[in-house]
Structure formats: C-alpha cells, structure tokens
Ligand binder design. Structure first.
Ligand code: XMP
Length: 513
C-alpha cells in the first residue's frame, strides 16, 4: 500500500462512506476498514493518516468498540470524528461522560467557533455552522491537547495535539451541513498528513481493473445489465478487465419504461461484448400477481432476477461470477451493518438467501452516484449514457402502487413517456436529476366531455440531488406541469387526475415504494 493512503476505521456511524468520499474528493486514496483491524494489518497498510469515524456507542461502555492504544504510538496522525474524537480523549487521559442536561447534548446545525491557528482550521472562517449529533461529551480534555473549537452550549468541540498530529472534532465535517467541512478534512490530509493529492478516478479505475483480473483469472463472468448508469459503467469496467470472458445479460421483466427494452438492446448490441436479452415479462408478472406490499415486491423481483441469471449462466456453462452494478446508496438503504432497512434494493437486500454463483462481484459498491458517473467518463462512456437518470432495478413495479398488472404497467408507461418528453422539451432534463410518474392506487371521479369518469390518479415526481441520499423536490414551472397534465389526461386512457409530489427526501424517499 502506498504511503499516500488514508485509513478510515469504521466504528459504525451513519456517515462513514461519506468520509471516504470526501477524502477521495480531495484526491487522496483511502480505504474504510472495520475498527477490529489488527495493529499488524494497520502497520502493513502503512497509512499516512488515520480517521476514526463516528459510531452509535459510548466509549465508556465496556462493550463499546475500542482501538489498540498502541495505534497512538505509530507516529501516524489521527483525526477522530464524534465517537472517534471521544475515543482519542478516552484513550489518552481525558474523560468522556454522558450529557445529563440537554445543553451539553447537541443535535443538528450548531454555530461553532474555531481557533484558526490550529492546522485543522487553517485558512477557514473563525465561525460557522457545524453538524452535531452526540449525546456524550468530553468533560476533561487529555493532557497535551488544546481546545480549538467551542459552541455556545459546549466548550469542548474540538481538540488537537499538533505535535503528535492528533485531532478530534465532536461534529461531522463530512456532511454538507457543516460549513467548510471538506476544507477541514483537506487540511488534515494536506497540512497534517502531507498528502500530495495525486489520486484520481483514473487510479480507481486502474486498481479496480487489476483487482477484477486477479479475482476472475480465466473464469467466466455474467453481468446483470439493466442499461442504467450503474450497470453500464460496471459493464464497461468488466469489459476492459476481462473482455470476452464477460457476458452481459439484460433481463426484460416487462416493467421497463416505454420502448426501453429495445433501446437497451440497440445500444448494447453495438458494443464489443457478449450481450443477451431475456424476455421474462410473463414469469415476473406471474410472480408479482396480487402482491401489494413494497418489500415483498422487491424481494420477489430480487429473487427472480437471480433465478434468470442462474439459468442463463447454465446455458453459457461454468460461470463462476455474477457482477452487479450495486452502488453505495443501494447498500446503505438496504440496511448495511446496524443501519435501518429503508427499502431492500433489488440487488442487495432483495437477494435470495441462496445464490448459485461462486461469488458476486460489485466493483461500484463503495461509490456514490456522481463518482460512478465520473468513472464512466474515465472509461470513455458517452455523456448521454453517463448522465442518464437512474432507473431502479425493480422498475415500474415500485411505481405502481398496489397490485401490478400489465394493463397498469402500460398506462404508466404511456404517461411516464409523455412526462419525460415534456421535461426534455422544456430543457429541464439536465437540471432535474430524476423524474418519473407513479400510478397511485387511488381512483377518483372526473368529468370528460359530458360524462363521468372514475379513473386513476397519477403522481408526478421530480427531484434535484447530487448523491440520491437526500433530495429536494424540483420546482418545475407551472406551465410545464400544465402541459404535462393536459397531455396525459387527453392522451392516456384511464387517468383523469394528476398530482405533483412536493416532498423532499427525507422525510419521503425518491421512489414511492
Ligand atoms: P429512494 O427511493 O430510496 O431512491 O430515495 C434512491 C435512488 O435509488 C434508486 N433505487 C433503486 N435502484 N434498485 C436500484 O438499482 C433498487 O431496488 C432501487 N430502489 C431505489 C431510486 O430510483 C433513486 O435513484
């Protein structure tokens, strides 16, 4: 491992991959490893700096995750974030206690005051908002440490021992709500650890290709291709790594958008790779018939995908590896580690218990959407493909609320196509990151011509976001919404009412199911 690497030790916090992502944004290589990594392995990794993440525990609990105190003797700088900060204090002679009164417990945006003589805050404003989320606080700062930030409620918000290169912050510099948070991480990397900032997505690409080649050897690989950004980038990466050992299987489950199956086939049959399209509409619709509960739909689809891939693998013969374009938000929302299940993404939480492949390879598993796009560009994918809006693996199944029928899928396909066409006509397709129609299970009374109608209500969804972990609803101009509404109720039978979804994520999610 090069001396230009950062080791992120994971103590179970919510934002751990976000820390890694910030480090990559600063052009520094890093890896996230569990806090149980042995001292020997840490030495072998030879990091230029270590970051301790946050975590849900209290350092003074006997069972809480700890580090080997010898880690502080390695001569390697350490940045502790939240729980990580308390761990530094606890290990080096400070005292951490539970905040008994509300004033020392801090959650959310907090005005914070920094000592900019400290290298961590060098060149930054002396005051700004930071994102706090802690119930414990440092009652006593360890010997040799200086206090370098405070808030109105808490005197001990950040500590440092410049000589040894140890820094601890109670807040989360990795989240966007902390003003200049990335600059603080950059200061740790560049001012404290001496990073040169030479790492790029091109390096990620080279490393990933080398790792895939090593793992796959001369084996055969089947890739689950949906035609979306993630699986297309994964396909380009695998094609580069193992060429003709790869077969891309596109399963048309009958829940794709209008004409999408043909478009995917047309695009990928031009690529220099083995491409197979499987028409599986009948079997998917049969399995989904009468199923209403969103998690059940997701699990059925996840399982059926795997069964189709297994069958295709048998036809090819001796396929050991299945590749999926899983990305980090899919992993976290499916409930990684101790995190709660938000929804089982078809390729993670929706996987069946038994999968008949030697191994599943997920080369994008630690990347965020915008990083995947960057990687796609690195691999030479065209901009229209890299910038495609995401389309979830379960497809329209999770955009048809209630039970799914072919008739409903056709209604939704037609309405969604009009919506997308009008958004593109209005030139909004670049600025809105995801937009689609949802067929609600509600029917309402309308009047058309001189007659009464009793038809479906369609919801329109559009969001702006960079990482799809949080999102804001898009402010589409009224005249565009009006055009969409008029066209859909006129052109698509069985829809007589259109609503626009004005909730952000959180508290809603982007998809309705
Ligand atoms: P939510 O609805 O969780 O969606 O806010 C976040 C992003 O993930 C997409 N999504 C999925 N993608 N398989 C996927 O490949 C899935 O099961 C899945 N569920 C949601 C969603 O479209 C949005 O971009």
């Amino acid at each position: 491992m090069s001396k230009q690497s950062i080791l992120v030790l994971d103590f179970g916090g919510q934002y751990n991959q976000l820390i890694a992502r910030r480090v990559r944004e600063c052009n520094v290589y890093c890896e996230v490893k569990p806090y149980t990594m042995s001292l020997e392995d840490i030495k072998a990794f030879d990091p230029m700096g270590i970051i301790f993440t946050g975590g849900p525990n209290s350092v003074y609990d006997e069972k809480s995750p700890q580090v080997d105190p010898a880690i502080f003797e390695l001569g390697v700088p350490v940045l502790g974030i939240c729980y990580g900060c308390q761990l530094i204090a606890h290990n080096l002679g400070g005292r951490v206690t539970a905040a008994t009164d509300d004033s020392a417990r801090e959650y959310g945006k907090t005005e914070t005051y920094y000592n900019t003589d400290c290298r961590l805050f060098k060149g930054l404003p002396k005051q700004g908002v930071s994102w706090m989320s802690h119930g414990d606080y440092m009652e006593k700062v360890p010997e040799g440490f200086d206090l370098v930030a405070h808030s109105d409620a808490c005197p001990n918000v950040a500590i440092c021992d410049e000589k040894r290169g140890f820094y601890g912050v109670q807040f989360h510099p990795e989240v966007n709500h902390t003003e200049h948070g990335t600059d603080m991480i950059r200061n740790f990397l560049y001012e404290v650890c001496g990073a040169k900032g030479e790492w790029t997505m091109g390096d990620y690409c080279k490393t990933a290709i080398a790792q895939i080649r090593e793992k796959v050897g001369s084996g055969k690989v089947l890739l689950a291709l949906s035609g979306g950004v993630d699986s297309s980038v994964a396909a380009a990466l695998l094609a580069e790594a193992v060429g003709s050992q790869l077969t891309c299987v596109f399963v048309d489950h009958g829940l794709m958008r209008k004409n999408e199956g043909d478009e995917v086939e047309a695009a990928f049959s031009k690529w220099d790779l083995n491409f197979v399209r499987v028409d599986a509409e009948a079997r998917f619709l049969e399995k989904l018939a009468g199923v209403v509960e969103p998690e059940s739909k997701r699990k059925i689809i996840g399982e059926e995908f795997i069964r189709v891939f297994e069958e295709e693998a048998k036809k090819i013969g001796r396929v050991d590896f299945l590749v999926q374009g899983t990305i980090y938000p899919d992993v976290i929302e499916s409930g990684a580690g101790d995190a709660a299940v938000i929804k089982s993404h078809h390729n993670v939480g929706g996987l069946p218990d038994y999968v008949d492949f030697k191994e599943i390879i997920e080369p994008l598993r630690m990347l965020f959407k915008d990083e995947v796009r960057q990687l796609g560009r690195e691999l030479g994918l065209p901009e229209y493909l890299v910038m495609r809006q995401p389309f979830p693996g379960p497809g329209l199944a999770i955009r048809i609320i209630g039970d799914i029928t072919k008739e409903k899928a056709d209604i939704l396909r037609d309405a969604d196509a009009i919506y997308r066409e009008e958004i593109a006509n209005a030139g909004l397709d670049k600025s809105i990151n995801q937009y689609f129609a949802v067929l609600t299970n509600t029917r309402s009374v309308g009047v058309m011509g001189d007659g009464r109608t009793y038809d479906y209500t369609l919801a329109l969804r559009a969001v702006t976001t960079s990482d799809f972990m949080t999102a804001d609803w898009a402010r589409i101009p009224y005249d565009v919404l009006d055009r969409v509404s008029v066209r859909i109720v006129n052109e698509v039978p069985n829809i007589n009412r259109i609503c626009y979804d004005i909730t952000s994520k959180p508290p809603a999610t982007i998809e309705w199911e």
